[in-house]
Design a protein. Structure first.
Length: 165
């Protein structure tokens, strides 16, 4: 049995995981933001005025379609939102991502990269605060999160010409 365990362990040491091809974006930048940035940022913003223990709790009269929406609630829901935002830099800067208007995401621009990184950094800091159950720190952090969003939107998002370059 020891020999088998050694053999399996030795075989696993030499293994590496490789993707058969480079990941490709599925949605455009606006769709990604609506799917990940917007709902998860709002969960963090809710911490400013709501005890995280109450976030995500089902209320009387919730529709059947929301049956499983309250599985992850409270601080765990806040943690998951923070993790989602901590991962966004990679997704936003994924080669081939397009803006809603079909133009390439300005991922080659230093400021755009900086703001994507700030979102991820805010997510990491939010996760630390959520794990520490520190509502005040998390609430204060939402200013940093909002600032990163606002800075990028001011330069790269206008309703008549999204992701202009």
């Amino acid at each position: 049995m020891r020999a088998l365990n050694f053999f399996v362990a030795s075989a696993l040491v030499g293994c590496t995981v490789t993707l058969s091809e480079e990941p490709k974006p599925v949605g455009n930048l606006a769709e990604l933001m609506r799917a990940i940035h917007f709902p998860n940022s709002n969960i963090l913003f809710d911490v400013q005025s709501q005890d995280p223990e109450d976030i995500g709790k089902k209320k009387e009269g919730d529709e059947a379609s929301s049956t499983y929406s309250g599985i992850y609630k409270g601080w765990q829901m806040v943690e998951q939102a923070a993790i989602a935002l901590a991962e966004v830099e990679t997704l936003v800067l994924l080669p081939g991502r397009l803006c809603e208007n079909g133009k390439p995401v300005p991922s080659d621009k230093e400021d755009f990269q900086k703001w994507a990184r700030q979102l991820s950094d805010a997510g990491i800091t939010a996760l630390e605060a959520a794990r520490a159950r520190d509502q005040e720190t998390l609430s204060d952090l939402t200013n940093t999160l909002a600032g990163a969003c606002e800075d990028c939107h001011t330069k790269y998002r206008r309703y008549e010409d999204r992701c202009r370059q």
